[in-house]
Design a binder for this molecule. Structure first.
Ligand code: G3H
Length: 237
C-alpha cells in the first residue's frame, strides 16, 4: 500500500519526502478537504521532488461545472502534476459526477496519456449533498479515470471508518479492482487504521492529519518523523 502525504508548501513537501512518502500530494486545506493550491506551489514542489516520485495535485472540492474543472485540470497538468485528484463535492449524483470526470479525463489524457486521474468521492457525502460514495468506482470506470478514491468532506475528527464499515470499504475496493482501477482511501486515517486498509487491498492511503505535529491537519505541520513512522507501518504489512 502506497503512502500519499498532503503537504501545503515547500517546507512540508521536503518533510514528506524525507519521511519516505510515496506520493507528494499538494493541497490547500484552507479551501476545503481537497482544497486546491496555487500553480506556482505545485510547480515548485514538482521541481524539488525526486523525478521518480509522483506529485499529485488536488483540484478542490469542485462544483458541478465541467468546463471550470477541466480548465483547473489543465492548470494542474501544466504546473507539473503527475496525479490529478478531483473532489466530487458539488456533483449530486452519478450522472453529474461522470460528466465532470469524463471532461477532466479528456482534458488531461489528450495531452498527457500517462497522467493519473483520480475520481474522489466523500465517505460522508450525505453531510454535504454529494454523490453517493459507493457510486465512485462506477463513476471512475465510466469516465476513464485510473483511481477511485474516498476522503471525508467534513474534517471534524470523524474518520473514514465512522461512515463506512470494513465491509463497505471492502466492497468499494473489490468493485474498483474488478474494473481494473486502483483505489485510494483517506479521511483522518490514524496509524491503527492502516492495517485494516492494507488487508482489504487498498492501493494508496492518503494522510495529512496523522503526519502533522499534534495530529492536527490545520494547526500542525507535517514532520518527517511522523511520515517515517507511517511509512514504516505501511511497509511492515
Ligand atoms: O488525500 C488525503 C488527505 O490529505 C487526508 O487528510 P487527513 O488525513 O487530514 O484527513
Amino acid at each position: 500500500m502506497l503512502l500519499l502525504i498532503s503537504p501545503i508548501n515547500h517546507e512540508e513537501a521536503l518533510e514528506s519526502i524525507k519521511g519516505g512518502a510515496d506520493i507528494v500530494d499538494v493541497k490547500n486545506p484552507k479551501e476545503g478537504s481537497l482544497g486546491a493550491n496555487f500553480p506556482w506551489v505545485i510547480k515548485e514542489i514538482r521541481e524539488l521532488t525526486p523525478e521518480d516520485k509522483l506529485v499529485s495535485a488536488t483540484l478542490g472540492d469542485v462544483p458541478y461545472k465541467p468546463g471550470t474543472v477541466s480548465l483547473a485540470a489543465m492548470g494542474a497538468h501544466v504546473s507539473g502534476a503527475d496525479y490529478i485528484k478531483v473532489g466530487l463535492y458539488g456533483t449530486k449524483n452519478y450522472d453529474e459526477a461522470v460528466e465532470v470526470m469524463k471532461n477532466v479525463s479528456k482534458t488531461v489524457k489528450d495531452v498527457s496519456p500517462d497522467t493519473i486521474v483520480v475520481a474522489a468521492g466523500y465517505a460522508d457525502a450525505h453531510r454535504v449533498g454529494a454523490v453517493d460514495p459507493m457510486e465512485i468506482p462506477k463513476v471512475a470506470r465510466d469516465a476513464n479515470c485510473d483511481l477511485a478514491m474516498l476522503d471525508t468532506a467534513v474534517k471534524d475528527g470523524h474518520t473514514l471508518f465512522d461512515y463506512l464499515d470494513i465491509d463497505k470499504l471492502t466492497e468499494f475496493v473489490e468493485e474498483a479492482h474488478s474494473y481494473n482501477l486502483k483505489t485510494a482511501l483517506a479521511g483522518s486515517v490514524k496509524k491503527d487504521q492502516l492495517k485494516p486498509l492494507h488487508d482489504i487491498g487498498c492501493d494508496v492511503v492518503g494522510i495529512r492529519g496523522a503526519a502533522c505535529v499534534g495530529g492536527d491537519r490545520n494547526t500542525g505541520k507535517i514532520h518527517h518523523t511522523a511520515v517515517a513512522e507511517l511509512k514504516e507501518l505501511c511497509d511492515s504489512f
